[in-house]
Design a protein around this ligand. Structure first.
Ligand code: ADP
Length: 263
């Protein structure tokens, strides 16, 4: 831990070597149910998540976005293929080992903020470390709180905070242990556009200046445009991607997916 409140570490832009890949799904198949009712949620999905970048995952409802993200985060077992977090092949882990991996190496932000109502903002942020019997690094905690603009709210409980503030606490909680990967599932879904924009700007800054890797599921082209890259799913596969997206290019890609000639 080398960061300070004033000078967070910067990282080089991700190169193409394998060391710059934070997570990977290779030919992942995941089926729900059996027989005639079986649904192939992922159908040979292959994607790489570059380290220190902000990646958005988009696609029509039912295209497999949540299933892909759950597989990458070690939340769900897959039927075949491989999922790697760094160099760790998740399929070789026991359920207990995957639980520990999630706790120690992955952070989560959900649409519903999922804060503990009895804890203050500061205690909620520290929770992943508290559960592991550790304390936050004071310099990192201060830098995070400062970037999230929560300095004057740390003693408040969730009910005393706005939606935007609560979600910023949730983002702080996801980042406090400096996980290799943060997954955000529709993180702005419960926020007004201004609070949503502030949160997205923070997540983008966290990838740029703190080298944090973030993967976000969203259906919102404006939210996706904050990412460095958007990958599009259709029918359980990655069908296209956009680098340096804008709301317009995201919308155009979505229209191609939905259109009669879509993938
Ligand atoms: P998305 O996040 O893109 O909306 P999902 O990954 O949630 O897509 O779902 C992909 C497909 O898998 C859908 O057809 C969905 O109905 C199905 N599915 C997802 N979860 C389950 C489940 N627990 N049981 C049965 N089918 C599921």
């Amino acid at each position: 831990m080398t960061s300070t409140p004033t000078a967070p570490p910067r990282m080089q832009p991700a190169a193409t070597s394998s060391t710059s890949i934070a997570a990977r799904a290779v030919d992942v198949v995941k089926t729900y149910g059996a027989g005639e009712a079986a649904v192939r949620a992922l159908d040979c999905a292959t994607v790489s998540i570059p380290r220190g970048r902000f990646t958005a995952v988009m696609g029509p409802s039912g295209s497999g976005k949540s299933t892909l993200v759950h597989a990458l985060a070690g939340l769900d077992q897959i039927d075949s293929g491989r999922v790697l977090l760094g160099e760790t092949d998740l399929s070789t882990l026991t359920e207990r080992e995957r639980t520990i991996l999630r706790r120690e190496r992955v952070g989560f932000v959900f649409q519903a903020f999922n804060l503990l109502p009895a804890l203050t903002a500061r205690e909620n942020i520290a929770l992943p470390l508290t559960l592991a019997g550790k304390r936050p690094d004071p310099a990192w905690e201060a830098a995070l709180v400062d970037m999230l603009g929560l300095g004057s709210r740390l003693g408040h409980r969730p009910a005393q905070l706005s939606g935007g503030q609560q979600q910023r606490v949730a983002v702080g909680r996801a980042l406090i242990a400096r996980p290799e990967l943060v997954f955000a599932d529709e993180p702005t879904g419960n926020l007004d556009s201004r609070a949503g924009a502030a949160l997205l700007a923070f997540m983008r800054d966290a990838t740029r200046s703190l080298a944090q890797t973030i993967v976000m599921v969203t259906h919102d082209p404006v939210a996706a445009s904050y990412a460095d890259r958007v990958v599009f799913l259709a029918d359980g596969r990655i069908v296209s991607e956009l680098i340096d997206p804008t709301p317009e290019t995201v919308l155009a890609s979505m229209a191609r997916l939905d259109g009669p000639d879509g993938a």
